[in-house]
Design a binder for this molecule. Structure first.
Ligand SMILES: [Zn+2]
Length: 74
């Protein structure tokens, strides 16, 4: 029979332990073209530029016109 904890840890104790558990912010650089925070040595996902050259065309999602959007709702 395995050993069991004698007392349960309080909410405070649990909270104190987990206070340091969180996701770290990603390291990134600002895109020279648009200024978005991107990962180094990678194509900018916002504008498609890499090393000052356009290497990938990014398709921009267009919002539906108000008339068409209202049709599906009503
Ligand atoms: Zn960019």
């Amino acid at each position: 029979m395995p050993h069991e904890p004698k007392r349960r840890h309080s909410k405070e104790r649990k909270g104190k332990r987990r206070a340091s558990i969180h996701l770290a912010t990603k390291n990134g650089i600002a895109c020279p073209n648009c200024g978005t925070l991107i990962m180094g040595h990678r194509i900018c996902e916002k504008c498609g530029y890499y090393k000052g050259q356009l290497v990938k065309t990014i398709k921009v999602k267009k919002d539906l016109p108000a008339g068409k959007a209202g049709k599906s709702a009503a």
